[in-house]
Write a new protein. Structure first.
Length: 329
């Protein structure tokens, strides 16, 4: 059974193997060139410092600008790979056989439909996941070598960084693959399943992007008006912020804006000083600023929740695929 399935999908498997080899070679070459660039410009020690400590600053900026396109392309590839798995591996898996009628021969053999389905799923999905995980690891290995001069300086929660880290890409790939196989069985048309699967994957990814953040317990930081709100600069994911009154209750944004504007002027109508402005805020009812956030160190929790959601959807779709296949004639 495995041999027959491999023969039917050998073109896809060979393509994935070629993609893996080519991708690994390109990433290794780019990383090597980047390290040489860092050494030649005297920036090798900057990857573990802050930008303020990095010298010369102009060289650091030039390096970041010259490599930004390569970094963006690498991250876009990893973000796009799950969708490609769904479109080119999942969608045609059963749709092609149902469209051409070759499934009838498989259904008349001694192998059960369930075993036939799982055999095809195994041969198609495992190599695709291996390619994704290896390329994801290689891209992270490359980008991490750039340190603060690379994209990871922006923290783990930016859209491009979050989508390529930890188990999230695997969860997306499982969902895209299961979605493609389900639509393939439901529509019995390869092109329809590929097109609809891609569109549905993008819609679901965007729709659930905000939900994941809300399922992880957030922390709250409260500071006096004259204290900095550090969570906006330390890579944390800020879910909400605003002002608190003396009783610790949130102040509406409209009311806070009006009070802030009022404190910028003195009773005489002249511009207030910085000291006067900061003293006015607590007197007007704006005692503290607050921010609800997920710290950078808890990014792994968000990734686990993210992968769990998409993995659970994948299991439901695979169950639907099995049910639909058993009803095929």
């Amino acid at each position: 059974m495995i041999w027959v399935t491999w023969r039917l999908q050998r073109a896809q498997l060979i393509t994935m193997l070629g993609l893996l080899i080519a991708g690994a070679g390109v990433i290794a070459l780019l990383r090597s060139n980047m390290l040489e660039d860092l050494a030649s410009t005297g920036l090798a020690s900057c990857v573990t410092r802050t930008l303020d400590e990095c010298s010369p600053a102009g060289a650091a900026k030039a390096f970041a600008e010259s490599w930004s396109t390569s970094f963006d392309v690498a991250r876009a590839v990893i973000i796009g790979l799950p969708a490609l798995v769904g479109v080119f591996v999942g969608a045609p898996l059963f749709a092609r056989e149902l469209e051409q009628g070759t499934h009838v021969l498989a259904f008349t053999q001694s192998v059960s439909r369930t075993r036939w389905m799982f055999g095809k799923l195994l041969v198609a999905l495992v190599p695709a996941l291996v390619v994704l995980i290896v390329l994801q690891s290689l891209v992270s290995w490359w980008l991490s070598a750039a340190g603060i001069l690379g994209p990871f300086m922006n923290g783990p929660f930016t859209a491009f960084n979050f989508g390529i880290e930890h188990v999230s890409p695997v969860g997306y790939a499982l969902f895209a693959f299961a979605l493609g196989t389900f639509l393939g069985v439901a529509t019995r048309r390869t092109l329809v399943a590929m097109t609809a699967g891609l569109a549905a994957f993008v819609v679901v990814r965007l729709a659930l992007s905000g939900l994941v953040d809300r399922l992880v317990p957030a922390q709250r930081l409260e500071v006096a008006p004259d204290q900095p709100m550090t969570v906006h600069q330390d890579g944390s994911l800020v879910l909400g912020d605003g002002w608190l009154d003396a009783a610790g209750q949130p102040v509406s944004s409209d009311k806070a804006a009006a009070l802030i504007q009022a404190c910028k002027s003195t009773p005489a109508g002249t511009s207030n000083t910085q000291e006067g402005y900061l003293a006015c805020l607590p007197q007007s009812g704006l005692a503290k600023r607050y921010a609800d956030f997920i710290p950078e160190s808890h990014a792994w929790q968000v990734h686990l929740v993210d992968a769990s959601i998409f993995g659970g959807l994948a299991l439901l779709l695979l169950a639907g695929t099995a049910w639909a296949l058993r009803r095929q004639s």
